[in-house]
Design a protein around this ligand. Structure first.
Ligand code: ATP
Ligand code: MG
Length: 593
């Protein structure tokens, strides 16, 4: 089955069972400085597991593009890709184990036609010391669906427990968590004893591939270390679309599925080299995976750079170039592979098709830049030149140098590299400071206060400067709010004073911050302020700040967090600085003091 067919079948299947279809979010998360990329379907939904009502109800389904930088080193094996789609269905306090396991089994066997006997499952074995019972309930449900007892294995919390902080012992008081049950596809290949004496579903020998995981969030850790039932129980399912496609083809190699194979096939055609050549398979996989990741990343607005998301993109492109050169001595340009990624996804991810030209230009520029120094850099590397010089002069990402060294049985001093990098970056601190990171630095008390005050400030700026003013970016920490907005000229001090007064008046009145949900079109039509409308679902959360006397100070599209009333905001709001940010964009720095 093709990737598109499976995605559609999955969405339709859960839609027919009362689930609202919600759009996936872009790869770069908004308002979440703790992580560079969205790496699972549940990540952007976390607020709804922590109690916020989802505007689409208690059952939702989607396919979320995910990126796992932590898996970059795994690329080259049969089942990991940095970028993949995670099929997800969720219950927010609605259905639980029985429905989830039954539906999943039905989807896999009736819709995808995977023989039930090919499936193995794992369940939580329990932990008496923590008072957590063995998950016999899930096991019994699997059994009732025809999964043989021999195919049901129990593992400890390290494998079959989910919480944000890991195993139950690591969870702080108040944290929710629960058991999970994973499904594996059995390729029935011979066990490779290099991976351990006996084969089992979590063994890495290649016989089994994890295709999906159902998390049952039902406990909350208590202050005394025990676990109490949550009043409302949730289900979070995540299944790898690429891996499901591989299972339907009965191939343990995810690169053989229709989407990824297009890139592999194009690369074979251009180089004359064979994917099956055992010496080259890994390089083929790295190139196919990395160009795909790069295309999606650029499509979501990332540009190559030496920091954060941009650096990961740079690593993908540069490593792909280094590996494409291993496949063929004749230079193959990565540009030639871009369309093999865009075409199969153009209908579901139109944004990459729309940005094709920009994607090609970005890849090409980065490739040209790197190829200028690659050959000389390789010579320097062979001579044993310092990795720091390889990075700064020849553009070798440290991880690439490390990989090259490892392959030659050499090691590099990563600590020394980090030390030199730190010294180098303070040299150019201004550059780092000018870099503009979006969103809230944390969701602490003071940052939250400043976030609400920033909404008021935007409303004030629009009141005194005009409706052309919109947010162009924001970065809020416990110290200050840095806010970019669309406006061409310098804002005079007397206007800034008026804006300050507007904010402080709302604070003094103890205005209430209320969330209302409404259809996106209605919100737009009624004058709710917002940037990036296209990123929001059909039903949106509108934050309204209204005083008891009826004055509405702000109505803005947002995902929170905010104070409940402005009485919670301590201090006086002050705009300390106003300056140009980029063409047509001004920047202010504001504080509560
Ligand atoms: P693995 O142990 O195989 O790396 P995981 O435990 O990290 O998987 P989860 O975090 O449970 O996986 O993610 C849910 C599902 O997403 C998995 O069951 C798998 O099907 C898929 N998945 C996870 N990581 C990848 C990846 N790097 N490439 C492709 N699919 C993946
Ligand atoms: Mg993993």
């Amino acid at each position: 089955m093709t990737v598109s067919e499976i995605r559609q079948k999955y969405i339709d299947f859960f839609k027919a069972r009362g689930h609202a279809v919600i759009p996936g979010v872009p790869l770069v998360p908004e308002n979440d400085p703790t992580t560079l990329f969205v790496s699972s379907g549940m990540q952007p939904l976390l607020p709804y597991f922590l109690g916020a009502p989802h505007p689409k109800g208690t059952r939702v389904v989607n396919s979320q593009l995910s990126f796992r930088a932590g898996d970059i080193e795994e690329i080259g094996d049969n089942r990991h890709t940095t970028t993949f789609e995670m099929l997800g269905n969720w219950s927010f306090g609605d259905y639980f184990k029985r429905e989830q396991i039954t539906w999943l089994h039905e989807f896999l066997t009736a819709e995808l036609k995977i023989p039930s006997d090919r499936l193995w499952v794992s369940c939580f074995e329990g932990d008496a010391s923590l008072g957590l019972a063995r998950d016999t309930e899930s096991a019994e449900i699997w059994k009732s669906l025809g999964i043989r007892e021999a195919h049901i294995t129990f593992y400890p919390a390290k494998k079959n427990w989910w919480s944000r902080s890991g195993t139950p012992d690591l969870m702080p008081a108040g944290e929710p968590g629960g058991t999970d049950t994973e499904v594996f596809y059995d390729f029935e290949s011979e066990h490779d004893s290099a991976f351990g004496p006996e084969c089992h579903p979590n063994c890495d020998c290649g016989r089994f591939m994890e295709i999906g995981n159902s998390v049952f969030m039902e406990f909350q850790k208590q202050a005394d270390g025990t676990f109490a039932r949550l009043p409302s129980r949730n289900v979070d399912f995540g299944g790898g679309l690429e891996r499901l496609a591989a299972a339907t083809l009965h191939t343990p190699d995810v690169f053989r599925i229709d989407t990824l194979w297009r890139t592999v096939a194009a690369l074979q055609a251009r180089t004359g080299a064979a994917y099956d050549n055992a010496l080259l398979t890994r390089s083929f996989r790295i190139v196919a995976d990395h160009i795909r990741g790069a295309v999606f990343m650029i499509g979501d607005g990332v540009m190559p750079s030496n920091t954060e998301q941009g650096y990961i993109l740079r690593r993908l492109i540069r490593r792909a170039i280094e590996h494409v050169d291993r496949i063929s001595a004749q230079t193959v340009s990565l540009i030639d592979l871009v369309d093999t990624v865009i075409e199969p996804y153009a209908d579901v991810y139109p944004r990459i098709a729309e940005k094709r030209d920009q994607i090609c230009t970005t890849v090409k520029e980065e490739e040209t830049r790197f190829r200028r120094t690659l050959k000389d850099g390789m010579k320097e590397f062979e001579k044993g030149t310092d990795p720091f010089i390889l990075f700064t002069t020849y553009g070798f990402p440290i991880e690439m140098t490390e990989e090259l060294a490892l392959e030659r049985g050499r090691s590099i001093d990563k600590e020394a590299f980090k030390q030199k990098m730190a010294e180098h970056q303070s040299l150019s601190r201004r550059g780092a400071e000018q870099k503009f990171k979006g969103g809230l630095a944390d969701s602490g008390e003071v940052t939250t206060m400043l976030h609400t005050a920033t909404h008021l400030m935007l409303a004030g700026l629009r009141t005194y400067l005009g409706d052309h003013v919109h947010q162009a970016g924001s970065n809020i920490t416990a110290e200050r709010s840095r806010f970019d907005f669309t406006h061409t000229e310098k804002v005079p001090r007397d206007i800034l004073d008026k804006v300050e007064a507007y904010v402080n008046e709302a604070i003094r009145k103890g205005a209430a911050v209320r969330i209302t949900q409404m259809p996106k079109e209605e919100a737009k039509a009624s004058g709710v302020e917002g940037s990036f409308w296209e990123k929001y679902p059909d039903v949106v959360n509108v934050y309204e700040i209204r005083a008891d006397d009826g004055t509405v100070y702000s109505r803005e599209l947002c995902g929170g967090p905010h104070v409940e009333t402005t009485t919670a905001i301590r201090g006086t709001f002050r705009i300390e600085k106003e300056e140009a940010s980029s063409a047509g964009v001004r920047r202010v720095r504001a504080v509560l003091s």
